[in-house]
Design a binder for this molecule. Structure first.
Ligand code: NAD
Ligand code: LMR
Length: 327
């Protein structure tokens, strides 16, 4: 048996937390041979702490062989102590009629506090995934609040957008999701994101050629993926939870255990490639190996793509200037 690793999850009693924790404890995130210690953070309010206690009772009742310990707390420095992985989920979700950036100031402070706590107590190799919205800018805030940790340890979740795009493409082209490779979702986790299948293949053949229908891309595909979060809120009255938790599992699984050469999308601090200013947390294609991600470089960017990538960048820069006073 491997030595247990510490996995911190914030917002542990929320809807995503409830869909996430049991899968982490069962080994779906880090492998069926990797014991985990769950370190769960919730707000200090009585209701939140009581709900967390209930979740911990249920985790206990599953008797997961890989669950090597549990901590429930309202103190970020306890939750992040020696954490090897940190999934920052806890934040306010949007309701009908809101955009994710409407949450910016409400949620920004959470990520300043948590970035500082990670800086102080987490493992120096901690892998951080920000799920709470607006995820890219919150990841940026956490990264800037943790100057002693490597910037590359901070990522935001675009995997839900990537998975949504995969399913739309598989339906359109009448192919299996598993046969599609080399998909990218550029930019912000917001309706400005740019899902891009120009490089995608199905069993080695061009997916773009197979789909043919050039108008479908701009008229249907891009807006459907971009507005999917709002469509779920409209249908459920609540924001996506099981699919978001699933994407978080995919993101961390692949980062830790590798993608076997396949591309996935992660929001990562830019190294300046593709004209994205250094440090901006931007969705890009990566491959993961040995616990590290590597950005796929030098993909050709046509005029349509440049405009789409610049639009989502402009939104990220606007969000960043909206929180500059906090940093
Ligand atoms: P939820 O309201 O059901 O749960 C959030 C939980 O976080 C609550 O239990 C709350 O008490 C807790 N919380 C709030 N502030 C906290 C803090 N400072 N420390 C610890 N816990 C705190 O919401 P949810 O549906 O689980 O969504 C959580 C976040 O994830 C939202 O911001 C939502 O918009 C976002 N989200 C992101 C994606 C994505 O793809 N990036 C997808 C879905 C949802
Ligand atoms: C999603 O994409 O489902 C989440 O970011 C929730 C939201 O507000 O859209």
């Amino acid at each position: 048996m491997k030595k247990p690793v510490r996995v911190a999850v914030t917002g542990a009693a929320g809807q995503i937390g409830y869909a996430l924790l049991f899968r982490i404890a069962s080994g779906e995130m880090l492998g069926k041979d990797q014991p985990v210690i769950l370190q769960m953070l919730e707000l200090p309010m009585e209701k939140a702490q009581a709900a967390l206690k209930g979740v911990m009772m249920e985790l206990e009742d599953c008797a997961f062989p890989l669950l090597a310990g549990m901590v429930g707390t309202d103190d970020p420095e306890v939750a992040f102590k020696d954490a090897d992985y940190a999934l920052l989920v806890g934040a306010m979700p949007r309701g009908p009629g809101m955009e994710r950036k409407d949450l910016l100031l409400k949620n920004a402070e959470i990520f300043t506090v948590q970035g500082k706590a990670l800086n102080k107590v987490a493992s120096r190799d901690v892998k951080v995934l920000v799920v709470g919205n607006p995820a890219n800018t919150n990841a940026y805030i956490a990264m800037k609040s943790a100057p002693e940790l490597p910037a590359k340890n901070f990522t935001s979740m675009l995997r839900l957008d990537h998975n949504r795009a995969l399913s739309q493409l598989a339906n359109k082209a009448a192919v299996a999701v598993a046969d599609i490779e080399k998909l990218v979702v550029w930019g912000n986790h917001s309706p400005t994101m740019y899902p891009d299948y120009r490089f995608a293949t199905v069993n080695g053949e061009s997916l773009k050629d197979r789909i043919g229908d050039a108008e479908w891309n701009a008229d249907t595909f891009i807006p459907t993926v971009g507005k999917r979060g709002a469509a779920i809120i409209e249908a459920r009255g609540l924001s996506s939870a099981a699919s978001a938790a699933n994407a978080a599992i995919d993101h961390m699984h692949d980062w830790a255990l590798g993608t076997g050469g396949e591309w996935v999308t992660m929001g990562v601090p830019s190294d300046g490639s593709y004209g994205i200013p250094e440090g901006v947390i931007y969705g890009v294609p990566v491959i993961c190996e040995n616990g590290e991600y590597t950005v796929i470089k030098d993909l050709p960017i046509d005029d349509f793509s440049r405009a789409a990538m610049d639009k989502t960048l402009a939104e990220l820069e606007e969000e960043r200037s909206g929180v500059a006073h906090l940093l």
